[in-house]
Design a protein around this ligand. Sequence first.
Ligand code: NAI
Length: 326
Amino acid sequence: MKAPVRVAVTGAAGQIGYSLLFRIASGEMLGKDQPVILQLLDLPQAQTAVKGVMMELEDCAFPLLAGMVATDDPEVAFKDVQVALLVGARPRSKGMERKDLLTANAEIFTVQGAALNKVADRNVKVLVVGNPANTNAYIAMKSAPDLNPKNFTAMLRLDHNRALSQIAAKTGKPVAAIEKLAVWGNHSPTMYADYRFATIDGQSVKDMINDHEWNRDVFLPTVGKRGAAIIEARGLSSAASAANAAIDHIRDWVLGTNGKWVTMGIPSDGSYGIPKDVMFGFPVTCENGEYKLVEGLEIDQFSRDCINVTLNELEEERAGVAHLLG
Ligand code: NAI
């Protein structure tokens, strides 16, 4: 039996947490032969709810669940963790300005980044799900100077999966057949889902669809506003699909993608004209526990314009929290 991997999940009492924890404990994220210890963080007022979730986890009798801890202290939750899923965040409340939301979250992710820096495994893989995910991941990364910045990522996988489904529906082909999709930028309606390089059975998706107006006027708005459409229909935000995307993101990062492209929000190395360190959605492949940027893709004018819109939004968010990062 392998040694257990310590996995921290923040916001453990929340909606996404409820869809996520059982799948992690069942082995869907790290493999069916990999025991896990769950280290659950939530606010003091949510501790009773976390205990309830833990009771249910116990009642599943998962063979791979080797232990659980619940706490409201980030330094306890992150102690020796090899994987950290930062899901908990401050939601926008009534009358709250975007600036206030950024600041409230900056405070949370400064503290959590510093705690990871202090107590996490030195190779911890961090995925930030809580919104604004890219900027929160950037803040956590900047607050953890002793950890490799490459180990901080933001979740763009839900946008990637949403785009895959829309393309599958449009082409009438199975999602699994779609290769080489990319989503650039911020996890927000400004993200740019880009199927110019995508193929299905070796055939170009762009040629198959051959409809720029559909791309611009239907596809991109549908993917970008999908979260709002789900809230409208369900009365609650997307949680199961977000949890599923988080599982996909970490599974692929840890276990590899076999050459397949996936989208991860990663700190830019300056490629594609994205300033260094901006936490940006890029196409990557994963192998041996590391992601690798897909390099050398041609960026046409339409794509450059779309990328600039999402980059500008991220730069504005970054400027809005700069004073908190010292
Ligand atoms: P929720 O409101 O159901 O749960 C959030 C949980 O986080 C609550 O239990 C709350 O007590 C906890 N929490 C708040 N501040 C915390 C802190 N400082 N430390 C630890 N726990 C804290 O929300 P839900 O639906 O689970 O969503 C969580 C986050 O994920 C939200 O920010 C949401 O916007 C974001 N999200 C991101 C997506 C993405 O693709 N990146 C997709 C969908 C949601």
